[in-house]
Design a protein around this ligand. Structure first.
Ligand code: NI
Length: 139
């Protein structure tokens, strides 16, 4: 395990107060140092998946209308076309009118973003968001 190095950080008191609220929300197991380490790792992961050759695992969450004509068919068509990238998907019937789908993909950052954009671009998809983590590998 890497050696821990101490350093001091200066920040405005109101920002520190908000940060301490965040630390409290993350639970008893977390202290300021651990939350700062989490935030730094998140920032580095976000930066890493900017690289198109970086392998990532992306989770795309979308919400769409159950009633839109053939929307489910179009979404399924895209997912079958890229079956090699798609690890898993889950469909949730949110209510009488709306569906939520979570699609997990693994591949190069460029490929995963491309499929996510194709799915998000289908007419009738109300909103969606791609989040990702890197595997540390390059493809
Ligand atoms: Ni549904």
């Amino acid at each position: 395990m890497a050696e821990l190095v101490r350093f001091s950080v200066a920040m405005p008191d109101d920002l520190l107060m908000q940060f301490d609220n965040l630390v409290a929300r993350r639970g008893l197991a977390k202290n300021r140092s651990e939350v700062i380490r989490d935030l730094v790792r998140e920032a580095l992961v976000d930066e890493e998946w900017e690289d198109p050759l970086q392998e990532i695992v992306g989770t795309l969450t979308i919400v769409f209308s159950h009633h839109a004509s053939d929307l489910q068919g179009k979404l399924d068509h895209i997912q079958h076309a890229y079956f090699g990238l798609i690890t898993s998907s889950m469909h949730v019937h949110l209510d009488a009118h709306n569906c939520l789908e979570v699609i997990v993909m693994r591949g190069s950052s460029a490929d995963v973003r491309g499929v996510a954009d194709a799915i998000l671009g289908v007419k009738g998809v109300k909103h969606g968001r791609l989040t990702a983590t890197t595997t540390g590998r390059y493809l």
